[in-house]
Design a protein around this ligand. Structure first.
Ligand code: PMP
Length: 441
C-alpha cells in the first residue's frame, strides 16, 4: 500500500467542500477531509503506468470497472500459490485454510457494510446476480398478481429486467419514480404519491451510473418501510466510493459488485436483513446449500449457505477482502470526498465548453459525468478520445429506459476513482475540445 502522507496543497484539496446539497446528495456527512497523498496511491495500480496510442493512459471508465491495486493482485496470487483447495468440505490443512479465508471475507464484508451478522452476507457473482437472487427466490413467495414493484427511471437494466421477469411470472406490475429531466433528480416530495398500498417492493439505485445522481436512499427506505414495503438498494456505484452502512440506510437487501471497488470481476455481495433471508427459499440447488438430500427431497441450510450452491469463487472472496482492507486503509470518507470533488471539477470544466449537453445534478454529484457534444455521436467521441489515451465509455450504459426518458440514444461518460487527478481531467477537457474542432464544431 502506498504511503499516505499528505499531499502538497493543490487546487482540489485546497478547495473548501462546496455547500452543494442543492443538487443531489453527498455520500457522507461532510466529515473533515483528511489529507491523503492521492498521487502516491496511483503507484499501487501497475496498470495505470502505461502509454496507450503513444499517450499516457487516462482511465476514466471506472463506473464500468475499477482498476486493481497490487495488494489485491497479491492476495489472489498468494491464495493460488499457497492455499488453494475447496471450502467447507475437506478436513485437510489447505481446505481448512481456504475455508477460514473464505469465511473471514464474509465477516469482513459484514463489517464493511455494518451488517448485524456475517450470516446476512451472501456471496454472488455481482450486483446483477444479487438482484436476480432476490427477484427469483424472495419474489415469487411475496409478490402476487396485482402487486406493484416500484423502481426509478434511472435504474440500470440489472435493476429492471429481473423485476420484469418476476412481473411476468406473477402478474405484478412495475411502476417508476420519475426524474426531473436532464438534472436527473428524484422528487422526494412525490414519493407518497407512489407508495400506494399495492406496492410490495421498492428497488432503487444508490448512485446512477449515467447521471451521477446520489439518491437519499435512507430517507426512501425509511418511508417505504413505514408502510411495510420491502426495500432493495443497488449499490454497484456506491460501494467502494464512500461509507456504506446497511443499518443506517435501513434497507432489506443491498447488492454490489467487487470489480467496481478495486476487487475482482465475477464476484459480489448481497446483503439481506436476517428476517428477510430466513423467509426466502433457496435460489439455486446443488452442493453446499443442503443439510440432507434424499432421492425425492432435500432440506436446506440456513442463510447464507442456503443461497450459495456449488463451489463458490473462493479467490474472489479473498481478493474482495483485500480490496475492502485497501479502501478502508485510505478511508472511505476520504474517497467519497475526493471522488465528488473530481466529479464537480469535471462538470465545471465541461460546462465552460460550447456545444455540450451535460446530464445529472449540477451539484452534489458522484464522480462521473455524462455528456453529449452537439452533432457528434457519443461513440465517435469515445473512439477519438481513445486515440489520445483517454478511456471513456459511450452508449446507453445499460440504461435504455433512462436514455428514452432523456430523449437520447446514448451519452459519453467519464467516470473517476480516487487514483484520478485534476491534471487528467484538464487533459481530458482539452481532448474534448480537440474532438469538437476535429468535427468542425
Ligand atoms: N447497477 C448499476 C448502477 C451499475 O452501474 C452496474 C454496472 N454497470 C450494475 C448494476 C451491474 O453490475 P454487474 O455487471 O457488476 O453485475
Amino acid at each position: 500500500m502506498a504511503d499516505l502522507r499528505p499531499n502538497p496543497p493543490n487546487k482540489m484539496t485546497d478547495r473548501s467542500p462546496a455547500e452543494n446539497h442543492a443538487g443531489g446528495q453527498r455520500l457522507t456527512a461532510m466529515l473533515p477531509h483528511q489529507a491523503v497523498n492521492w498521487s502516491a496511491l496511483r503507484q499501487d495500480f501497475p496498470i495505470l503506468d502505461q502509454q496507450v496510442h503513444g499517450h499516457p493512459l487516462i482511465y476514466f471508465d471506472n463506473a464500468a470497472t475499477s482498476q486493481k491495486p497490487r495488494m489485491v493482485l497479491d492476495a489472489l496470487l498468494h491464495y493460488y500459490e499457497r492455499d488453494n483447495a475447496n471450502v467447507h468440505r475437506g478436513i485437510h490443512e489447505l481446505s481448512n485454510r481456504a475455508t477460514a479465508a473464505f469465511e473471514a471475507a464474509r465477516v469482513r464484508a459484514a463489517k464493511f457494510l455494518n451488517a448485524r451478522s456475517a450470516d446476512e452476507i451472501i456471496f454472488t457473482r455481482g450486483t446483477t446476480e444479487g438482484i436476480n437472487l432476490v427477484a427469483a427466490a424472495w419474489g415469487p413467495k411475496f409478490i402476487q398478481r396485482g402487486d406493484k414493484i416500484l423502481l426509478t427511471e434511472m435504474e440500470h437494466h440489472s435493476n429492471i429486467v429481473p423485476w420484469q421477469l418476476l412481473a411476468e411470472r406473477t402478474g405484478a406490475q412495475l411502476a417508476f419514480l420519475p426524474i426531473n429531466g436532464d438534472r436527473g433528480l428524484l422528487d422526494p416530495g412525490r414519493l407518497d404519491e407512489f407508495l400506494t398500498s399495492d406496492v410490495k417492493l421498492l428497488a432503487m439505485t444508490h448512485i446512477s451510473n449515467s447521471l451521477g445522481t446520489i439518491n437519499p436512499v435512507a430517507e426512501y427506505c425509511e418511508r417505504a418501510r413505514r408502510r411495510g414495503i420491502v426495500t432493495l438498494i443497488d449499490a454497484a456505484q456506491s460501494a467502494g466510493h464512500g461509507p456504506l452502512d446497511v443499518q443506517e440506510i435501513g434497507c432489506d437487501f443491498l447488492a454490489f459488485s467487487a470489480h467496481k471497488m478495486c476487487g475482482p470481476t465475477g464476484f459480489g455481495v448481497l446483503y439481506g436483513r436476517g428476517e428477510r433471508l430466513a423467509e426466502t427459499p433457496p435460489y439455486q440447488g446443488g452442493g453446499e446449500m443442503i443439510l440432507s438430500v434424499d432421492f425425492q427431497q432435500s432440506t436446506w441450510k440456513p442463510a447464507p449457505h442456503r443461497f450459495e450452491a456449488g463451489t463458490p469463487d473462493i479467490s474472489g472472496a479473498i481478493a474482495l477482502h483485500a480490496a475492502m482492507d485497501y479502501l478502508d486503509g485510505i478511508g472511505r470518507g476520504n474517497i467519497a470526498h475526493h471522488d465528488q470533488e473530481l466529479g464537480a471539477y469535471a462538470f465545471e470544466q465541461l460546462s465552460a465548453l460550447p456545444g455540450i449537453r451535460l446530464f445529472g445534478p449540477t451539484m452534489g454529484r458522484a464522480g462521473l459525468v455524462s455528456f453529449l457534444l452537439d452533432g457528434i455521436h457519443a461513440h465517435d467521441v469515445v473512439t477519438v478520445a481513445d486515440r489520445s489515451g483517454v478511456a471513456l465509455r459511450g452508449g446507453h450504459h445499460c440504461n435504455q429506459p433512462l436514455m428514452k426518458r432523456l430523449g437520447v440514444e446514448s451519452t459519453a461518460r467519464a467516470s473517476f476513482y480516487f487514483y484520478n487527478t485534476t491534471a487528467e481531467i484538464d487533459r481530458f477537457v482539452e481532448v474534448i475540445r480537440e474532438i469538437q474542432m476535429f468535427f468542425g464544431k
